[in-house]
Design a protein. Structure first.
Ligand SMILES: Nc1nc2c(ncn2[C@@H]2O[C@H](COP(=O)(O)OP(=O)(O)OP(=O)(O)O)[C@@H](O)[C@H]2O)c(=O)[nH]1
Ligand SMILES: [Mg+2]
Length: 1022
């Protein structure tokens, strides 16, 4: 490079080519180097380079002087040039060395990525902490309060009402079938209580539903609820008395049944929202059964009333029949549940006459009951008959009571008169629809009708609005949506149920029921949704948290501090310092040992002492709440692993969070190291994986296997032979045979806990004798049920030994070890390590070498011995593989029925029921399909029927897979589905391979080789 190239036209040193120009930091580094070397010659250098004072001054005026002065040094980039500078500075006698990085930092991505705050939920108050990390305590709460949306009432007043008048608190879960309008229903209440600023858009064109309780990104994108979502509102009843309503919005899709089950654990009643067009669905039936079992009040909202008028165009009389049919359907269903009705303390019938049924159209913000109509008429109209007050008039408004128009009297004589509900309720509603939808800008007919029939003067400006909005305003002016709803809830839910505790004094110690963990919007923290059952809770107080397994394991307990306390508000949380009995709160800081639910107690409460909370279980600790087994329907599974094995810690942390968030998810780590994730269905696991990838692990790449199903093992016949099992040469022998349990009623009784072995033997024996016809001896012989925590089609262990050949005293002294061995066997069967179901294992005899003491000392050996004996019993009883079966529920139009049936039958399934939905062109189909064949069925049905059919899958039962799993000759083609007769074998071998189990499942492994040969010779084995 020529020397002159190093200087600009002004004589300033500019270094080499611009490509080689060094970065600002390198220049600074050089200056720093020189300064550190203590030369103090940076300035001198600039002078030497001919930078005269005047020029400096000129540049000073531009404000760039300092930079440019440095530029003498700074601008030289090339190593060569820097060396020149240094040589000039130090002379040739000093060796100078300039180090530069091999690769210049051209990459724009930082080496260490800054922490990104993922936000998967819309939460007004959650951002405060990330935006102001230094805020704490009172300041943090103040800032959160500042962000809360405005209400039409005083929030402080609501909090005080909760504390001081707990009788005014009601807690209900809003439940129902998919898309029956639950979230929209709650939206209407939210809109009525909040300032309009929360409404996304008011004009029809850009109208967006609020969906205030669907705040997860997935819920917003998919337009369906996935999680339960609590919100507390202060709402007036028809008399204007304000109540604090804790509402829990729940998902309607059967895949998320765990969420609605959790919500039901915290409430006094349920509001069943039914789409009046679809009628009572299988999901509604499940929910009603659950309410009856849990003794929860049932309120019904017949929603989407507008669809009867606008979509189905039913005349008022048919619309009445349709609604009456639904209500009769519900009552008929309740009547079939006699097993729960004796203990059910609420009205056993739902009817508008009881005040537990209201009619609504959530999108039109319309809700009314017969009481509202009775009041409306009573105030505005002459009903005929002076003695008719609003209450008695109301009693005429439902059922087969007719109105004689000419005489203005009510009659039970049908002949030509309309139903009084049709005349007084439906016809005016229909007229309002008609007048509003055909109304011109003057709205003469409508305003005339409103004034003359209802005494309502309607503002003229409204007539210029879009018809749906006008319709909403018309209904709003006639009926108060929140009042109608609150009246129903207050009437139907007993305050006593809150109050086993409410009536107690304030000094009562705190008891709370945590029903679910709710993740923060960044997925890092969890708050527990807690119902205060007794006493009160305040921020900073200590609580004893009893985990879900506390009843079996006393160590599942921790004393923790309440760090955060909030009242839920859908998309926000209201920080409070304390909360009283009956409240529904979110508590932070106590989640470490909670996965699904927990019992929370004031540490002063002795956990063994009985208290009057009244809702405890009979586990010996009377205050421990039962936590439902959410995973019993989790039969659909996939294997997962991080794409990059080094990401395993992040992956496991994500799974831990999934476990806390998704109640029905279950993770199992197989012996091969494979992580298996289970859930109730495809949609559920899809959501779990979405959150695992994007929410809880920050875009972690995860490999997912093809979906498969959980299997079980069973036997189809009684063991052909009794074989005594032994281990080594200890001389201890035990003989166990297996036989299938053919009594499905007994299976159901075990599943429902009616046969509870924690009760005295007498109790179980009585049930078995009286209800199942067992003889007295057999009835006392039941020792254990299994598999663990999953008693669907349970297996059982029976003591069938006779005193002549077994030392009964010794046998009983070893009962615990024997039961442990049995449980081990039925948890992991011999075919492919899957649970054994529907099998009775009978101990026929036992011989133990040595004294009782020796035998007891050898109980460690006894456990594997019993396991081996059970395996032997099963493998000699024609073992079979079981697979889970879904019930498939389809709602479809008539032309699509055939296509649906075909799709189901192609997957080894069958449609067995077909019923038309009254008043519509739709049909409900019901059938069965194996879980393993179900992947993609929902999508297939929707695609093939062009959206005319919609299907839901719900785990129903275990069924035997065709084929013999031990048949070595079974034909299994490569890369093709196995024929039906080889399915069991195919599934067993694939499962074994995936789990890393070597070899064949065979009796040979468990019996003496000579015995095995003998059995083969006699043709007793294949
Ligand atoms: N015509 C009509 N549509 C309604 C009414 N209420 C809700 N919808 C519509 O029904 C669909 C489902 O409404 P949502 O409120 O999300 O129903 P949901 O029961 O919360 O749904 P999931 O929670 O996913 O089960 C939406 O498209 C609503 O606009 C109603 O009263 N009339
Ligand atoms: Mg919803």
């Amino acid at each position: 490079m020529e020397d002159e190239d190093l200087y600009d036209e002004f004589g300033n040193f500019i270094g080499g080519n611009s490509d080689d120009s060094s970065s600002e930091s390198e220049r600074d580094e050089l200056v720093e180097t020189l300064e550190l070397l203590g030369t103090g010659e940076v300035d001198d250098l600039s002078e030497e380079d001919g930078n005269d004072e005047d020029e400096d001054e000129d540049e000073d005026e531009d404000g760039d002087a300092v930079t440019d002065r440095k530029s003498l040094v700074v601008k030289d980039d090339a190593e060569l040039n820097r060396n020149d500078v240094l040589v000039k500075a130090y002379g040739t006698a000093v060796e100078t060395l300039v180090m530069s990085e091999d690769t210049p930092m051209t990459n724009e991505e930082p080496v260490i990525k800054p922490l990104t705050h993922k936000k998967m939920k819309v939460e007004f108050t959650d951002d405060v902490r990330s935006k102001n990390p230094l805020l704490e305590g009172e300041d943090l709460c103040k800032e959160m309060w500042r962000l809360l949306p405005e209400l039409n009432y005083d929030r402080e007043y609501m909090i005080q009402t909760m504390k001081l008048v707990p009788e005014r608190i009601r807690t209900v879960a809003v439940v129902g079938g998919l898309h029956s309008g639950k979230t929209t229903f709650i939206d209407t209440l939210v809109l009525d209580t909040h300032s309009p600023s929360i409404q996304p858009s008011k004009t029809l064109k850009s109208f967006k539903p609020l969906r205030f309780t669907d705040n997860h990104k997935m819920e917003i994108e998919r337009g369906m609820s996935i999680r339960l979502s609590p919100v507390t509102l202060l709402l007036p009843d028809l008399r204007g008395i304000s109540y604090v309503l804790n509402l829990i919005d729940t998902p309607g899709h059967v895949a998320f049944e765990d969420e609605s089950t959790a919500a039901l654990q915290a409430v006094d009643g349920m509001v069943l929202v039914i789409d009046v067009v679809e009628g009572l669905t299988f999901r509604d039936r499940n929910l009603i059964t659950e309410a009856l079992r849990m003794d929860l009040a049932i309120c019904v909202v017949l929603n989407k009333l507008d669809r009867l008028v606008l979509d189905l165009r039913l005349p008022p009389r048919d619309a009445y029949y349709k609604m009456e049919y639904i209500i009769d359907d519900i009552n008929a269903f309740i009547d079939t549940k006699s097993e729960y009705l004796t203990t059910y303390s609420h009205p056993k019938q739902v009817t508008p006459l009881n005040g537990n049924v209201i009619f609504a159209s959530s999108t039109l913000q319309l809700a009314f009951s017969i009481e509202t109509f009775a009041n409306l008429y009573y105030e505005n109209m002459d009903l005929g008959g002076d003695d008719l007050d609003a209450t008695s008039f109301q009693q005429y408004l439902w059922g087969d009571i007719f109105y004689d128009l000419s005489n203005k009297t009510f009659t039970t004589n049908q002949t030509v008169h309309p139903h009084s509900f049709v005349h007084f309720v439906l016809e005016p509603i229909y007229k309002l629809f008609t007048y509003t939808l055909v109304s011109d800008v003057k709205g003469l007919e409508l305003s005339h009708y409103l004034w003359h029939e209802f005494g309502v003067e309607f503002p003229k400006a409204n007539f210029k609005l879009d018809p749906p909005i006008l319709l909403r305003n018309v209904f709003h002016s006639l009926f108060s949506f929140p009042k109608v709803f609150t009246q129903m809830v207050v009437r139907s839910t007993h305050v006593e149920s809150v109050s086993g505790s409410v009536s107690g004094s304030e000094s009562e110690s705190f008891i709370g029921k945590a029903v679910k963990l709710i993740e923060s919007s960044n997925g890092q923290d969890f708050l527990a949704l807690v119902r205060v059952i007794q006493g009160s809770i305040s921020k900073g107080s200590r609580v004893r948290v009893l985990g879900e397994t506390f009843a079996e394991n006393d160590e599942d307990m921790a004393i923790q501090t309440v760090n955060e306390l909030y009242i839920p508000g859908g998309r926000y949380k209201v920080p409070v310092n304390d909360a009283g009995v009956g409240s529904l709160v979110l508590i932070g800081g106590i989640d470490s040992i909670i996965n699904s639910g927990a019992t929370l107690l004031d540490p002063v409460i002795s956990i063994d002492a009985p208290t009057d909370a009244g809702t405890g279980t009979g586990t010996g600790h009377s205050t421990i709440f039962t936590i439902p087994d959410y995973t019993c329907k989790s039969v659909f599974k996939v294997a997962i692993e991080p794409a990059n094995p080094s990401e395993l810690p992040r992956f496991l942390d994500g799974l831990r969070k999934i476990n806390k968030t998704y109640l029905a998810s279950r993770l199992k780590v197989e012996a091969s190291g494979e992580h298996v994730l289970m859930g109730p269905g495809e949609l559920y696991l899809d959501c779990v994986l979405h959150d695992l990838r994007l929410f809880f692990t920050d875009d972690l790449e995860i490999k997912v296997s093809d979906p498969t199903a959980k299997f079980s093992e069973t036997c189809s016949e009684t063991s052909v032979v009794k074989i005594a099992s032994s281990i080594g040469s200890t001389g201890n022998k035990i003989s166990v045979i297996a036989e299938p349990n053919k009594d499905w009623k007994l299976s159901r009784a075990i599943e429902q806990g009616k046969l509870d072995l924690s009760q005295p033997v007498k109790h179980t024996a009585k049930v078995l004798r009286k209800e199942f016809g067992w003889d007295a001896l057999a009835a006392r012989s039941v020792w254990s049920f299994g598999p663990n925590n999953d008693l669907k089609s349970a297996s059982m262990l029976l003591d069938d030994t006779l005193e002549e050949n077994t030392d009964k005293v010794l046998l009983y002294s070893l009962k615990d070890s024997i039961c442990t061995g049995f449980k081990w066997a039925v948890n992991e069967g011999p075919l492919c390590d899957e649970p054994i179901r529907n099998t009775k294992f009978k101990i026929l005899d036992m011989a133990l070498a040595g004294s009782v003491v020796q035998a007891a000392g050898g109980s460690a050996q006894l456990v594997p011995l019993v396991r081996k004996a059970c395996y032997t019993g099963l493998l000699t009883a024609k073992p079979r593989l079981m697979e889970p079966i879904y019930t498939v529920h389809v709602t479809t139009s008539e032309p699509a029925i055939e296509a649906v049936s075909l799709l189901v039958s192609k997957r080894r399934g069958k449609i067995i029921h077909q019923n038309p939905i009254p008043g519509t062109a739709l049909h409900q189909l019901e059938g069965f399909i194996p879980v393993i064949e179900s992947a993609g069925l929902e999508t297939d049905i929707r695609l093939r029927t062009q959206g005319q059919a919609m299907c839901f899958l719900e785990f129903r039962k275990w069924d035997i897979v065709p084929g013999d799993p031990l048949d070595l000759e079974a034909f299994i083609p490569k890369l093709k589905p196995a024929p039906k007769s080889s399915l069991a074998r195919d599934f067993v071998m694939k499962t074994r391979r995936r789990k890393g189990l070597s070899g064949e499942p065979s009796l040979q492994k468990y019996v003496d080789p000579n015995i095995y040969l003998q059995l083969k010779e006699r043709g007793l084995l294949l």
